[in-house]
Design a protein. Sequence first.
Length: 219
Amino acid sequence: GINAEYMGDIEIFRTIIEALQGISSTAKVFCLVHKMDLVQEESRDSIFSAKKAELQNACTLLEITCFRTSIWDETLYAAWSAIVYSLIPNVSLLEQHLNSFAKISEADEVVLFERATFLVISSSTRSPHPDVHRFEKISNIIKQFKLSCTKALTSFHSMEVVNSHFTAFIDTFTQNTYVMVIVSDKSIHSAATRLNIVAARKHFEKFISESSSDMRSVL
């Protein structure tokens, strides 16, 4: 029945983990417990905890991180962003550079996105924001806009959005990233922020070129 099939899947998972451990004893394992939207809300915590425990019992040889996900909310995006973030070597050093860039630019927030997927790699927030899902929303907007550009036989490079509360700059940054800079101080001219982005691009390219090959492959 279903239970026998599931236990068979767990055994296959255990065998794969054993083989993986033999190849790389420091490998990280990420498991997405998907379609959580199909589970009654009051039961989600307990069911996820049970599935997580089963996976951890089958993966005692390697570090395992579990996420509960659904395509219908922000959980899938958050999970993949967390996975990408965890794979970046010396991420604390990267964040120090972003913090310095944000401070020099007098920006409310600076966010680094992976170029192809627009997953968040790292960020620096100097002014708290109430919307914890803003990065996912921004990512979806930009991906849709990039798709429209592709249909129009052109490519997306950068954009500047201005309203009464802030100015948002999204621009290509390093080989594999985009950067978003949010500035709410109206006394700061857009040209100054754009110049800061150009200067930061050169700095980050130098920083990445001097970093490990693992970091260069991501950034």
